[in-house]
Write a protein that binds this ligand. Structure first.
Ligand code: NAD
Ligand code: UDP
Length: 310
């Protein structure tokens, strides 16, 4: 297939592009390099099946493709809060431009939504039926509400224009190639541990997340993309094993052999207390279950960070 991946030079995007090329697909990766980097796809240089285009998805685009995966959007709180108005524009205008191209060509559009649509959840674990608990005017809202509006657009283009849109809600994903300055917890802890710097725990460290290794996530994305047209989602994609940030810090220290201390910093506003996906729907509809345990995924991530630091 000819597949267009927006945000294709980012962390998840570049892994998805690799997997699609490996499958034999042709890929166009659109990216404005806000948080992604050309070097994430440098190993594919010379591959005639890949075209990397610098483009901002807040502007329309048109390519003769057979499917679209819309990943363009900064995903780390420090990056999406840097220019919050731009984050909303990226989510909403970027979604409209993907859907309009989908409509012109009559092709599926897969939207990378997020567990953040559940906000600071009062239902735990989070099933897709839960409508969420989001502060619409807080510092995370540019991302959360932007992604919620993008879901609305997918649902309405399907209802109004019969477009085969598909929504997946991605839970915290980590792995090799995360940017050193990404700012999310796994990359922060790994780089701090390897540099012998204190691990920065925001708040008391009892808040929880469930971490999915990137290869598992990419396998789920491809299953969702190839699912029949009547598969609309939303479907949660994540690893249901839940850890506190304190447990994660201890595990990173053990796996790196680091003697780093822990440093407590203030908890950011509206930081969700807990998060764990209910993945029954992904298992039933997509036949997808993550297989990489946190310890194994962290070891691969640590190896990657170690070699890049060297
Ligand atoms: P990332 O920041 O590495 O990737 C985002 C990519 O989008 C980058 O390459 C960036 O340059 C590009 N981008 C941003 N704004 C753009 C614009 N206006 N035009 C074109 N390109 C633009 O983050 P990631 O972790 O790879 O996340 C990818 C997608 O998955 C995002 O949509 C994110 O919301 C979603 N997601 C990720 C996670 C996660 O844990 N990694 C969780 C939930 C959802
Ligand atoms: N966090 C932390 N130290 C860091 C970065 C993040 O303790 O250096 C915490 C953060 O407050 C949150 C959790 O780790 O409770 C996950 O944060 P991340 O930014 O990775 O993802 P998100 O909040 O979007 O789930």
């Amino acid at each position: 297939m000819k597949i267009l991946v927006t945000g294709g030079a980012g962390f998840i995007g570049s892994h998805l592009v690799d997997a699609l090329l490996f499958r034999g697909d042709e890929v166009i990766a659109l990216d404005n390099f806000f948080t992604g980097e050309e070097k994430n796809l440098a190993h594919q240089a010379g591959n005639g099946s890949l075209l990397v285009v610098r483009h901002d998805v807040t502007e329309p685009y048109d390519y003769p493709v057979e499917a679209i995966v819309n990943l363009a959007c900064p995903a780390s709180p420090i990056h999406y809060q840097r220019d919050p108005v731009k984050t909303v524009r990226t989510s909403v205008l970027g979604m409209i431009h993907a859907l309009d191209l989908g409509r012109r060509r009559g092709i599926p559009v897969l939207q990378a939504s997020t567990s953040e649509v559940y906000g600071d959840p009062s239902v735990h674990p989070q099933p897709e039926e839960y409508w969420g608990h989001v502060n619409p005017i807080g510092p995370r809202a540019c991302y959360d509400e932007g992604k919620r509006c993008a879901e609305t657009l997918c649902a309405d283009y399907r209802r109004q224009y019969d477009l085969p849109t598909k929504i997946v809600r991605i839970f915290n994903t980590y792995g090799p190639r995360m940017a050193f300055d990404d700012g999310r917890v796994v990359s922060n802890f790994v780089i701090q541990a390897l540099r012998g710097e204190p691990l920065t725990i925001y708040g008391d460290g009892t808040q929880t997340r469930s971490f999915c290794y990137v290869d598992d996530l990419v396998a789920g994305l491809i299953r969702a993309l190839l699912a029949p047209a009547d598969f609309a989602g939303p479907v949660n994609l994540g690893n249901p094993r839940e850890f506190s940030m304190f447990e994660l810090a201890q595990l990173v220290l053990r796996l790196t052999g680091s003697k780093s201390q822990l440093r407590h910093l203030p908890l950011p506003k509206d930081d969700p207390r807990q998060r764990r996906p209910d993945i029954n729907r992904a298992q039933a509809i997509l036949g997808w279950t993550p297989t990489v345990r946190l310890e194994e995924g962290l070891n691969r991530t640590i190896d990657d960070f170690r070699s890049r630091l060297a």
